[in-house]
Design a protein around this ligand. Structure first.
Ligand code: CUA
Length: 314
């Protein structure tokens, strides 16, 4: 489908498909509502007082008519349901090879962390033709990340990670909005997404090197905040070693298994008593209020990089 009357560009691979669904829903709704309105008008005219219309007893029930009016709407609704469900499922499952970028929302700005360590505020640079997965959290209230040109919107919540993915299909600049009322500066919590050709994106990354890769920044936090004192290679404390742990399922003290992902690592740092790893004493202190969301995301990137090293090792 083409852009909506040239008003709203379709700049992601999903945009056209979402527009098609919306158009189909609109057409079906207009047909149904229009048909009912036309019948109301026609009956009002035909059976007006004094008209010569037949007013005998109602016709006997017709099985065919009943079957048709039950089956046709049911089929229409089922088709739309399956269509939308398939689309929704795809929208909720980012491809494995997606480029992961972190977003931290706050009153009132968007802070972006690239895996290479680049940071930006109220701007997001991405390459065209490559799936991008955003891992998002808020450091205060609920916000919502909304890029109309991509037809994607996702709430960004404090104390948890939400994700969103898209594949930009067209280079250009597109508005980024906050779609959840988040205080007096909500309407100004805007930015732009810059979609660049792959080479232009690479040179943009090179021009904005940042302070080393995100994993490297995380390693520094790891040392500076004393995590290495217990979790480091040479530590004598009985604490879990973190190499190779990311992306695995590990046993907990209470018998459950848990997937080591960004959510679990974040909770282990801030609420260490909630999910204690099996076989370890619950001695980890909480870092609540001491680490910013961006530092925690850097730590996650660091622990994740340890997993990669482990996999690469012979
Ligand atoms: Cu942030 Cu509205």
């Amino acid at each position: 489908m083409s852009d909506l009357a040239g008003y709203l560009p379709e700049a992601s691979t999903m945009a056209g498909r979402i527009d098609a669904l919306l158009l189909a829903l609109t057409v079906v709704s207009v047909l149904v509502v229009g048909g009912i309105m036309a019948l109301i008008a026609w009956f009002a005219f035909r059976y007006r007082r004094g008209s010569p219309a037949v007013r005998g007893p109602a016709p006997r029930r017709s099985r065919t008519l009943e079957t048709v009016w039950i089956t046709v709407p049911l089929l229409v609704f089922l088709i739309i349901f399956v269509w939308a469900a398939v689309l929704y499922r795809e929208l909720r499952s980012p491809p494995q090879d997606a480029l992961a970028i972190n977003v931290v929302a706050k009153q009132w700005m968007w802070k972006v962390q690239h895996p290479g360590g680049q940071r930006e505020i109220n701007e997001l640079h991405v390459p065209v033709g490559r799936p991008v997965k955003l891992v998002m959290t808020s450091q205060d209230v609920i916000h919502s990340f909304f890029v109309p040109a991509f037809r994607v919107k996702q709430d960004v919540l404090p104390e948890r990670y939400t994700t969103l993915w898209f594949e930009p299909s067209r280079a250009g600049e597109y508005p980024l909005l906050c779609a959840e009322y988040c205080g007096s500066g909500h309407s100004r919590m805007t930015g732009r997404v810059v979609v660049m050709a792959p080479q232009a994106y690479e040179s943009w990354l090179a021009r904005n090197p940042g302070a080393g890769s995100l994993a490297h920044q995380g390693e520094e936090v790891f040392r500076r905040r004393g995590c290495s004192g217990c979790h480091g290679e040479s530590a004598t404390v009985h604490a879990p070693r973190l190499a190779g742990i990311y992306g695995r399922r590990v046993p907990l003290e209470d018998g459950d298994m848990v997937m080591v992902d960004a959510r679990y690592i974040r909770d282990s740092i801030l609420l260490p008593a909630s999910e204690v790893a099996a076989g370890y004493p619950p001695i980890m202190p909480s870092y609540q209020g001491q680490l910013g969301e961006e530092e925690i995301l850097a730590l996650v990137a660091y622990i994740r990089s340890l997993a990669d090293q482990q996999e690469d090792a012979p």
